[in-house]
Design a protein around this ligand. Structure first.
Ligand code: KOT
Length: 821
């Protein structure tokens, strides 16, 4: 409909943007400027920007089709995309023009952009990584499609009531989603449950077919993923479950209208809600159905594309490289086998070759509770045919093992796809390893630990399959969009090529010693802190001093991430200040944010501990100018965009050997925050890149953690031998922070004193000493600023563009396929 835009790919003028905006206001929202709500204005602007991308999107698809480019299919149960509007305007290269056009209409761009409900279709790191990767794939002009689930309700909205987390539903689709296009014509049918039966086909061949108990329809919703200032717009294709028939006609004809509709409701429950657990496996039937649903939809879609291109299904692996984002889509290995063998009548051996050459698997965790396994009974009930296929894969695989390791029975049971040590389970990581040609961890240390520990037997079997791809984050969203002040300063100094080629950020290094640049850098940090302070006041009622050090820990709340270690430090400082009111400490604002899984009581108690300590500290006149503790509710991509640019100190304090990589650590570093952290995940590589002076290191190494655990660890020794730690734990235990309720935090403190599985007490002194070092360093503002600039200048490795190049070369064997203009 839009004459002002989108006819070709030349960028629209300011007048064209204004005209298109007003047209959408009238023809899409049916409002005038005078009566439009902010949502109407946002919707009109979103549609205007969408129009600017459609031609590129269409041309990209045509170009891939014509060139038969090998395509990356990134399969992920989560895509935590964050708001689209700002990012799309940025990637179009239209930020200044759009802002000006909107201003000329008497409106404010940021104000409208803030109207967008972010699609929270992920829990945390894993889902956000998928979003950064999809941005980098498009920006590097690599043919790719992201496949996932269009949850009707994303991650819950967190509020804090009386210091506790309260979950609210996330109705992100309430006002519609202007960034998606539904393609009902590409719907597919998904089977579930039932049984299998054998039959003889026309050629006299013995075959198996699946007689499902029910079927549901999968309907794709596509969003364009525009690369940064290129002619490529890839697709994010998310599947929604619908009833295959709107009505169950036999029931309907019996006069049971409600009964007939209820079947529709049941089908649609499949994609209703995102499971809000990060790094824990709950083994729920609906979750297995969700996984199978989106994987089968996606594989059927790829086969349709392959056939539509006139290519044989036996060459599927030449057309697609499928990346499994952890094991949530690992059922794809069995599903592709089923589709090839049962539905396309390919012989097993050939189908297996195709399958193995198609898949690659990324592992994202070493935590045993996150390794997915499905009770065999449940699996059989939902996916009877897949269980048979998995048995067949397993039998052939174990034969291979037997030949390689004669007589090693225990190795067989360790490697088997079926865990038979007690109740029987299907091990999804094993299925992923056997069915993939490449297996990777997400940071050097993590990949080493995988080979040594979790996947050691697979490493012994196929060392050549293993590789490391260190995570990265997109500098577009995490600097150019979130931190416009830093972006213009940097671009004034070194030009703006760094946004596309982030390795060039190193050209900033010489400016660390440029007094004028440093003064600007420092002023920008202060402005960002003032802005965040405004948000904190508005959302929590707590007033903080922008001249205090902003010491930030934002990430999911989990014991292994040790938010409570930071609390022990805060309580220690509080205790010191109370004992010596004249003590000279650098004023600090401790900022926390993050969600706890709703069923993870210990994590929820950690939130309550943070807010309770905050209540006491923030309201104590003796310390309140020097210590502030804020828990910012509902940490999300949107909130992160304001937080990272305003941080002075980034807390990355997980127990070594637990955090696979971390990606928040990278966002902070790029935005000039120095890190206090352990030798865990990508921290190791960050320290290596930015230099030890820019990284405050403390704590045991992963090796030392293993050694200590092997020797036998007794936390009570640390409690007894460290007077300050003793006092801190006693103070929390006593009820001092819980209005005299000595029971409230008892479970937390007792666990620390008796088992302390994440070794807080071991690392406590080293952490507190290290914070002392941070304090001393921060006092010399010029020195701190210099380190902050160096830190950002040396963060080039942590762009997701680098990660994607690594995958493209080493795993997918694909290259760019630019779309001609
Ligand atoms: C969740 C469930 C099962 C298996 C893994 C997870 C998982 C891992 N969820 N998030 N992660 C994080 O992934 C990030 C991206 O690789 C890492 O940076 C981070 O360390 C993981 O904790």
């Amino acid at each position: 409909m839009n004459a002002a835009l989108g006819r070709d790919r030349s960028l629209p003028t300011r007048e064209g943007l204004k005209r298109a905006f007003l047209d959408h206001l009238l023809y899409t929202q049916n409002k005038s400027l005078a009566i439009a709500s902010r949502n109407d204005l946002y919707q009109a602007l979103a549609h205007t920007i969408r129009d600017c991308m459609l031609r590129t999107w269409f041309d990209t698809a045509s170009s891939y089709k014509a060139k038969h480019s090998r395509m990356v299919a990134y399969l992920s149960a989560e895509f935590l995309m964050g708001p689209y509007l700002g990012n799309n305007v940025l990637n179009l290269g239209l930020m200044d023009e759009v802002k000006a056009a909107i201003a000329e209409l008497g409106l404010d761009f940021d104000d409208l952009a803030n109207q967008e409900e972010e699609p929270g279709l992920g829990n945390g790191g894993l889902g956000r990584l998928a979003a950064c990767f999809i941005d980098s794939l498009a920006s590097l002009e690599i043919p790719a499609i992201g496949y996932g689930i269009r949850y009707e309700y994303g991650i819950f909205y967190q509020t804090i009531i009386d210091g506790w987390q309260v979950e609210n539903t996330d109705k992100w689709l309430r006002y519609g989603n202007p960034w998606e296009i539904q393609h009902a014509e590409w719907s597919v049918e998904i089977k579930l449950g039932g049984r299998t039966e054998t039959y003889t086909d026309d050629a006299g061949k013995f075959r198996v077919r699946w007689v499902p108990e029910k079927t549901v329809a999968g309907v794709p919703f596509d969003s364009p993923i525009l690369g940064y200032r290129v002619n490529t717009a890839n697709t994010l294709r998310l599947w929604r479950a619908e009833a295959t028939e709107a009505f169950d006609f036999p029931t309907f004809n019996r006069g049971d209208y409600l009964g007939a509709v209820s079947k529709k409701v049941t089908s649609e429950n499949l994609t209703k809600v995102l499971y809000p657990n990060d790094e824990s496996d709950q083994g729920k039937e609906l979750r297995l159905e969700q996984q199978y649903f989106f994987v089968s939809c996606s594989l059927q879609d790829m086969l349709r594309i392959q056939i539509n291109r006139g290519q044989p299904v036996t060459e599927f692996h030449l057309a697609f490289a499928i990346q499994l984002n952890d094991t949530h889509p690992a059922i794809g290995v069995a599903e592709l086998m089923r589709l090839l063998v049962d539905e396309h009548q390919i012989v097993w051996e050939q189908a297996w070759d195709v399958t193995r050459q198609t898949f690659a698997y990324t592992n994202h965790t070493l935590l045993p509770e996150a390794l997915e396994r499905w009770p065999l009974k449940l699996f059989e009930r939902v996916l009877p045919r897949h269980l048979e296929i998995i048995y067949e894969i397993n039998a052939r695989f174990l034969n291979e093992v037997r030949i390689r390791f004669l007589g090693d029975e225990s190795r067989l049971s360790r490697l088997s796809l079926i865990d038979e040590s007690g109740e029987r389970y299907v091990r999804m990581a094993h299925l992923a390893c056997v069915g993939s040609s490449a297996i990777n961890g997400v940071a050097e240390l993590h990949s080493e630990l995988l080979k040594r520990d979790v996947l050691a037997d697979f490493y012994a079997m196929w060392p050549e399959k293993f590789t490391n791809v260190t995570n990265g984050v997109t500098p577009r969203r995490w600097i150019a969009l979130s931190n416009p002040r830093q972006t213009s300063l940097v671009s004034r100094a070194i030009g703006n090529d760094w946004i596309k080629d982030f390795s060039r950020i190193k050209e900033l290094e010489p400016f660390a010693d440029d007094a004028g640049f440093a003064a600007d850098w420092q002023a920008i940090k202060r402005d960002n802190k003032i802005e965040l302070a405004g948000q904190l006041l508005q959302r929590t009622g707590i007033r903080v001093d922008p001249d205090s050090m902003f010491d930030v820990q934002v990430k999911r709340i989990h014991e292994y991430k040790r938010q409570h270690l930071a609390v022990l430090h805060i309580v220690a400082l509080y205790h010191r200040l109370k004992s010596d009111p004249n003590l000279d400490v650098v004023p600090r604002t401790f900022i926390f944010g993050g969600k706890a899984a709703p069923g993870y009581h210990r994590a929820k108690l950690i939130i309550k501990l943070i807010t309770s300590v905050g209540d006491v500290v923030n309201n104590d006149p003796a310390v309140r100018d020097r210590l502030k503790v804020v828990f910012l509710p509902n940490f999300s991509v949107t909130r992160g965009q304001r937080i990272y640019p305003a941080a002075d100190l980034s807390e990355q304090i997980s127990l070594a050997g637990k955090e696979a990589s971390g990606t928040g650590n990278m966002k902070f570093a790029m935005n000039g925050a120095l890190t206090i952290g352990t030798m865990d995940g990508a921290n190791v590589e960050i320290r290596e890149e930015v230099g030890a002076d820019q990284f405050f290191l403390f704590g045991l190494t992963a090796e030392e953690v293993y050694a200590l655990r092997a020797r036998g660890y007794s936390p009570s020794d640390y409690y007894r031998n460290n007077a300050e730690l003793h006092a801190v734990l006693d103070l929390i235990r006593s009820g001092f922070f819980s209005r005299g309720d000595a029971n409230l935090f008892a479970p937390l403190i007792d666990e620390l004193m008796h088992t302390d599985p994440y070794m807080l007490l071991v690392d406590y002194q080293s952490y507190v000493d290290c914070q002392g070092e941070v304090d001393r360093t921060y006092r010399d503002t010029q020195d701190w600023t210099r380190r902050s600039i160096l830190n950002a200048a040396r963060s080039g490795k942590f762009s997701s563009d680098r990660s994607i190049r690594d995958y493209a070369e080493r795993v997918w064997k694909v290259g760019p396929a630019p779309v001609s203009s």
